[in-house]
Design a protein around this ligand. Structure first.
Ligand code: FHN
Length: 419
């Protein structure tokens, strides 16, 4: 069945910020001299840290450098439209003031502040949609939660976990912080269809406009969430999103410096947007509560492009029928406009074939400068070609966008059997 999340803000947004932040961030990838391999937020499981020992991290967790306005300001500078923060990850620790579990950031740490309340206020002010990640099946801290070490999963009282923790905490999250854009569920694991439906209905009964993400399980999500860092090759008919890392972890790891370049991030964003999806890109705050400068710098550089070329990103529709692979160009479209987002332009020209629609006007999107172009057609090969002349100096080093205003609302492309 075609996925339709029913919320125009999400369909238009195209780019969001994922934040993985929890007790694991304090460990920064190591425990008692041992470094976790792979993703940092799995440290408790991968290094088999006993529940009581992991719990004790809370006593030292004091991320005083956390600044909600700074987080939201970064999302704004990055050109992101929504923010999804881990309210509770698999480790079971609530990053907000939960009344139904003392294992939360306000009651169990010296920090004593509710960062979600602070973020809710900052998001409201900046017009960013606040959304929550919630691990609905895995909970390594509650005896009924999937993955809780001391009890084998086959013997789990999952019902008890749902009633004591999952459902009440979701209610708190949906009643304490105003309108929530979506709940980002994850790893449904042992959930039956009835469980997934129950959790979904619970969310909808409290906030009907809150979107339920793909990983609620049993195909009951309102949009399709791809695998981590995976981009569908073929058109997917419906709403979808790619959750993605900026390095090789979600939760902060001090030794992971494998950052994607701004160019890679832009390539991914435009590729995903051109295929009709949203890009949810992660940052992992460090033990002090700060988003690492290395992540912030990349996001801001990409953001400068996104903000100046917003028409080519937001509210765009899928371009699915252009027949050639394009190595250094990404196509996006919106109404009567086709956007050529290009990474290089030999001799300051764009040479683009197989666009059969008539072009009314070509402009450099970031500056509005009108560009000279020539459209030609070779009958023998049935090939249409457009050559766009570019200024010698372009506004952005990595990527720039030419806006082609067309006579057709949906661009018409030629086929491959032209020569
Ligand atoms: O196990 C989690 C992982 O820690 C992380 O939260 C990602 C984000 O998409 N989801 C799960 C793995 O797919």
């Amino acid at each position: 069945m075609k996925k339709d999340c029913g919320q125009q803000w999400w369909k238009d947004a195209r780019y969001g910020m994922f934040i993985h932040w929890g007790l694991y961030s304090h460990l920064a990838g190591s425990w008692k001299g041992r470094e976790v391999s792979g993703i940092g937020e799995w440290i408790m499981k991968r290094l088999e840290i006993p529940v009581a020992e992991y719990e004790s991290i809370a006593a030292d967790f004091n991320p005083t450098a956390f600044d909600a306005e700074e987080y939201v300001g970064l999302a704004v500078d990055a050109g992101m439209k929504y923010l999804v923060i881990t309210a509770k990850h698999h480790d079971g620790f609530a990053m907000y003031h939960s009344k139904c579990s003392p294992y939360n950031i306000v009651d169990a740490t010296p920090f004593g502040r509710d960062p979600i309340a602070e973020l809710a206020a900052a998001c409201r002010k900046a017009g960013i949609k606040l959304c929550f990640y919630y691990s609905q099946a895995q909970d390594w801290h509650h005896p009924g939660g999937y993955g809780y070490g001391p009890v084998p999963d086959e013997e789990k009282d999952f019902r008890r976990y749902l009633d004591e923790k999952c459902l009440p905490q979701l209610k708190e999250l949906l009643t304490q912080y105003g309108d929530i854009g979506l709940i980002w569920f994850d790893t449904p694991q042992i959930m039956s269809e009835a469980h997934s439906r129950e959790v979904r209905d619970h969310v909808k009964s409290i906030q009907p406009d809150c979107i339920v993400s793909g990983r609620i399980g049993n195909q009951l999500g309102e949009y399709m969430s791809t695998g981590d860092n995976r981009i569908p090759l073929l058109p997917y008919d419906g709403d979808w999103e790619v959750p993605a890392t900026l390095n090789d972890t979600w939760g902060f790891k001090e030794n992971d410096h494998n950052w994607k370049s701004p160019e890679s991030v832009l390539r991914l964003l435009l590729k995903i947007n051109g295929r009709g999806g949203n890009y949810l890109l992660n940052v992992g705050p460090d033990p002090t509560g700060k988003i690492p400068a290395s992540s912030a710098d990349i996001l801001r550089e990409v953001g400068a492009f996104v903000k100046a070329n917003g028409d080519a990103v937001y509210q765009t529709s899928v371009v699915w029928d252009y027949p050639y692979e394009l190595e250094s160009m990404f196509l996006t479209r919106r109404d009567y406009h086709l956007y050529l987002n290009f990474l290089d332009a030999p001799q300051n020209k764009l040479n683009f074939v197989l666009l059969n629609s008539t072009i009314k006007k070509a402009t450099l999107l970031a500056t509005g400068e009108e560009l000279v172009f020539a459209q030609s057609y070779t009958p023998a090969s049935r090939q249409h070609r457009v050559i766009v002349e570019l200024p010698e100096t372009l506004p952005f080093a990595v990527c720039n966008t030419v806006d082609l205003e067309l006579e057709d609302r949906i661009p018409v492309f030629g086929t491959l059997d032209v020569l």
